[in-house]
Write a protein that binds this ligand. Structure first.
Ligand SMILES: [Zn+2]
Length: 135
């Protein structure tokens, strides 16, 4: 992969990380404020819901950071942009749509097909156990 392209992706990843870390700070500042308030039960309940929403958002962000970190590591190692499975170059179009992708389109489709097949297999089995066979 060309150096300029790598640089562009590196910048993108660093921006993504900075965004997440900024959000993280906003969330923590928010927590600090609500922690000082005395709340009745209703407020407490809605704050619990809010808190679990925030935690879910945070988990998603942590996952993104992990992926971005892995991608940055691949840039350092010079393996960024090659498929983890077949080691061919991942299509640039695909990387632009999904910069943290680690599989080329063909391998990704393969993987999805296998997952669909095994999900299908499970479904057929459980259906067969519940429904009597017709005919
Ligand atoms: Zn591949």
């Amino acid at each position: 992969m060309k150096k300029e392209v790598l640089k562009r992706f590196k910048k993108l990843f660093e921006q993504q990380k900075a965004n997440v870390l900024y959000n993280d700070k906003v969330i923590r500042d928010d927590f600090a404020v609500s922690g000082d308030d005395r709340m009745d039960d209703v407020d407490q309940a809605s704050s619990d819901v809010e808190q679990s929403l925030r935690m879910r958002l945070r988990n998603r962000e942590m996952l993104l950071i992990k992926k971005v970190d892995e991608a940055l590591k691949r840039i350092e190692e010079g393996t960024f942009g090659s498929c983890n499975s077949c080691e061919n170059d991942i299509e640039l179009k695909r990387l632009e749509a999904r910069p943290t992708a680690t599989l080329c389109i063909a391998c990704k489709e393969d993987e999805e097909r296998r997952e669909a097949l095994s999900a299908d297999g499970r479904r057929h089995k459980s259906l067969g156990a519940v429904l009597p066979r017709m005919g």
